[in-house]
Design a protein around this ligand. Structure first.
Ligand SMILES: [Zn+2]
Length: 381
């Protein structure tokens, strides 16, 4: 058991797009009184030992004894301050060390396993973002897993998981090593990296066998009818030198046929999808004969009025999916996360169809300081 093994397994999952995209997910290792947890805004794929923040577990345990404000913003700020204070001495002076431990640090700490690997695989989210997810999870993984209903991330999520873990332990006499989080992802814990790999391999192979339709991304191209005109019109709407990237493929063609065909991907499945591709993709219905620019501008205006935010994804009927961002990187990230949304939607068909986050949970993420911090980190070149 070692920090090096944590680095290795983090890179293993972090560089496999089936498990981790866009720097999502986080990992940890416990060594007695110390927790090594991924720093917020660090990517697992190329992480080194310096990418982990060393935390004092006794101080983290104290957080459970405290009373925090009822107001969500005040509470999260107070918990963050206590988490920052739980960093071991010296952490703030290591120049390469990220200053802020992962927002999921408390969850890592309460899982009684040496290694914890948390990811958001599309295949797993096909289950966690589906109508029959909880029933299917219990049927497929028996009593070996815990299902956590949709919960705001941060302190509240840690609290809900802690209670579920305690109940599970009391009932079964051993800790749960698979925790499915509805509309979020999965936590896996084991005392060895081999154990982590075995559990993940089991989860993915069991789910793989249940999938009735896989998304079809064949025929991928960066061109479509009117692509130039549409990209220019979208850029003009977004203002301030935005970048627009386009993708068309068989799956996107299927989703952009009509506004009804777009409904399985028309909202947000998880917090990560919101951070990078927004909670409200814009669908633009095209009437042939009318000027494209006008139709796009009107749709954009209507979207701004309705949601108060410019879209990061525009689906243009019969053309393709456009990612919009302040830089090429953020526009591509938006498209990448939307592609994941399309995967999750397709997989969810095997478990009763898609289930989006509820509006209050979407609003929480859109207004959450922690997620603004993450998207700011993503903006950095
Ligand atoms: Zn997560």
């Amino acid at each position: 058991m070692s920090l090096q093994e944590l680095v290795d397994i983090s890179r293993y999952y972090g560089s496999n797009p089936e498990y981790v995209i866009a720097g999502g997910g986080n990992t940890s290792f416990k060594d007695g009184a110390t927790l090594f947890v991924k720093g917020s805004g660090t990517s697992l794929g190329d992480i080194g030992a310096e990418g982990f923040v060393r935390m004092d577990r006794a101080k983290l345990a104290h957080i459970w004894e405290k009373q925090y404000p009822k107001d969500a913003d005040e509470r999260e700020a107070a918990v963050l301050a206590d988490m920052m204070a739980a960093k071991l001495p010296g952490e703030e002076y290591r120049t390469k060390s990220p200053q802020r431990p992962s927002v999921e640090t408390l969850l890592h700490d309460i899982l009684p396993f040496a290694y914890v690997v948390h990811t958001h695989p599309a295949l797993v989210n096909g289950l966690t973002c589906s109508q029959d997810g909880e029933g299917a999870a219990k049927a497929l993984f028996g009593e070996g897993c815990i299902w956590i209903p949709i919960t705001n991330p941060g302190y509240i999520l840690s609290l809900v998981v802690k209670q579920a873990l305690d109940t599970y332990l009391a009932r079964n006499g051993k800790p749960a090593d698979i925790i499915f989080l509805q509309n979020h992802g999965v936590f896996v814990g084991a005392d060895s990296v081999e154990g982590i790999r075995a559990i993940y391999a089991k989860i993915l192979s069991v789910l793989e066998k249940k999938i009735t339709r896989k998304p079809d991304f064949s025929g991928k191209t960066r061109l479509c009818r009117d692509s130039e005109t549409i990209a220019q019109a979208l850029a003009a709407c977004a203002g301030q030198n935005p970048k627009v990237v386009l993708e068309q493929n068989a799956e996107f063609a299927r989703l952009t046929k009509t506004v009804a065909d777009f409904s399985p991907v028309s909202s947000a499945f998880t917090p990560d999808h919101i951070v990078y591709s927004g909670s409200d993709p814009l669908f633009i219905t095209i009437t042939d004969g009318d000027p494209l620019e006008d139709q796009i501008r009107d749709a954009w205006k209507g979207h701004l009025k309705k949601t108060g935010r410019p879209p990061k994804i525009a689906a243009v009927q019969g053309r393709g999916i456009f990612g919009i961002g302040a830089s090429e990187k953020t526009a591509s990230l938006a498209l990448e996360l939307f592609t994941d949304t399309a995967k999750v939607a397709a997989y969810s068909e095997s478990f009763g169809g898609p289930r989006f986050m509820t509006q209050d949970k979407i609003d929480f993420i859109n207004n959450w300081e922690v997620e603004r911090y993450r998207s700011q980190v993503a903006e950095k070149p």
